[in-house]
Design a binder for this molecule. Structure first.
Ligand SMILES: *Cc1c(COP(=O)(O)O)cnc(C)c1O
Length: 362
């Protein structure tokens, strides 16, 4: 029995979030030992977590009977030191950056407000916005899958509340030029959310603009370069006026105590961060040079492969049979059916990935 009439109308037409495949799922389906599976479908950190973060987790385990600080003070201070921005501009969030998006949509969206979403991109923006009654206005990409800045400006209306930009973009790996972001910031009375989940792997970031604009929010995460996806920690950089409003409605204690302390430790482990960045940059070049299909230039910890004239599902399927999980991008709007996103692995994993692509093509 079910009672769909109890669910908000706006939810009925929302497509479910499609996560990357899990190790357990693939191990079972293909009869491969879980330890043999190479998981490169969700852009996690392939080096494992920072040892300092793991130590922090152990040392907080005996204190979890107590609530953490309501606003994750220790973590916000450490993020302030890392970004160079004052604490008035920083909100820590859980679960992950997704929690930040959720809180922001609850804070900002009134039914009928529009959100502009250039595609192809991360699907959770649309889910979070529409669940709160927003109308999603999608913008098609240019010929090389780049965000079309003029088309984005054309999509802005009087009802635009939020424009979602992702830089480097998931799944294309492309970085937006600062000038283009400035143009968009200046073209709207709404807010511009720039998702910088992968910014540690990129050539530049936009945190310097936060002091300059009163309508820019930057989203960040500990799930990628900092290797803490399982702890679900994110943060937002935003103008002080917006933080004050955000804190009124944010879910109380939304970053757990172990997450706060592991996040602080991960920020202090610069050796781990540098290793994760250099390993990614080297692997990115290796994959781009050796995968026998078109590979887009990437500023993130993944590369986007166009396997046409083959079909992504077929190629991804043939990699899966070898225990390699990659992301078929079919579920991304305006991504067609020939794109595969591959997380940059360890050197050994990258070699296996290249071999598997070669065999799939043969
Ligand atoms: C991974 C990812 C996130 C989610 O980050 P969490 O902090 O794990 O919720 C957000 N945006 C993009 C583009 C991502 O790829």
């Amino acid at each position: 029995m079910s009672r769909p009439e109890l669910i908000k109308d706006v939810v009925s037409s929302i497509a479910e979030y499609v996560p990357g495949k899990s190790i357990e799922e693939i191990a079972q389906k293909y009869g491969i030992a879980p330890s043999e599976i190479i998981k490169l479908g969700s852009n996690e950190n392939v080096l494992g977590p920072s040892p300092m973060a793991v130590e922090a987790l152990f040392s907080t385990a005996s204190k979890v009977n107590i609530y953490p600080s309501a606003d994750a003070t220790e973590l916000v201070e450490a993020i302030s030191a890392y970004t160079g921005l004052p604490v008035e501009n920083i909100c820590a969030s859980g679960p992950g950056m997704d929690g930040l998006l959720d809180n922001l949509m609850r804070l900002l969206i009134e039914p009928g407000d529009e959100v502009v979403i250039p595609t192809p991109t991360f699907s959770y923006y649309e889910i979070a916005a529409r669940a709160n009654g927003a109308v999603a206005v999608h913008v098609a990409p240019g010929d090389e899958l780049e965000f079309d800045v003029e088309a984005i400006k054309d999509a802005i209306s009087d009802r635009t509340k939020v424009i979602f930009l992702c830089s480097p973009n998931n799944p294309t790996g492309k970085l937006l030029a600062e000038d283009d972001v400035r143009k968009i910031l200046g073209s709207t009375k709404g807010l511009v959310f720039v998702d910088e989940a992968y910014v540690e792997f990129a050539d530049h970031d936009l945190s310097g603009l936060v002091a300059e604009y009163d309508n820019l929010i930057i989203g960040r995460t500990f799930s990628k370069a900092f290797g803490l996806a399982g702890l679900r920690i994110g943060y937002g950089l935003m103008p002080a006026w917006l933080k004050a409003q955000y804190m009124k409605i944010a879910t109380p204690f939304n970053v757990s105590l172990p997450a706060v302390m592991a996040g602080v430790a991960a920020l202090s482990d610069t050796e781990y961060l540098e290793k994760s960045i250099s390993c990614t940059k080297e692997g990115r070049v290796f994959l781009a040079e050796n995968i026998p299909f078109k590979v887009y230039d990437s500023q993130a910890n993944f590369v986007l492969v166009d396997v046409s004239p083959m079909i992504a599902a077929d190629v991804a399927g043939s990699l899966l049979e070898k225990g390699i999980i990659v992301r078929d991008c079919r579920s991304f709007k305006n991504a067609g059916d020939s794109l595969i996103r591959v997380t940059v692995g360890t050197p050994e994993q990258n070699k296996k990935v290249v071999e598997a692509f070669k065999e799939a093509k043969a």
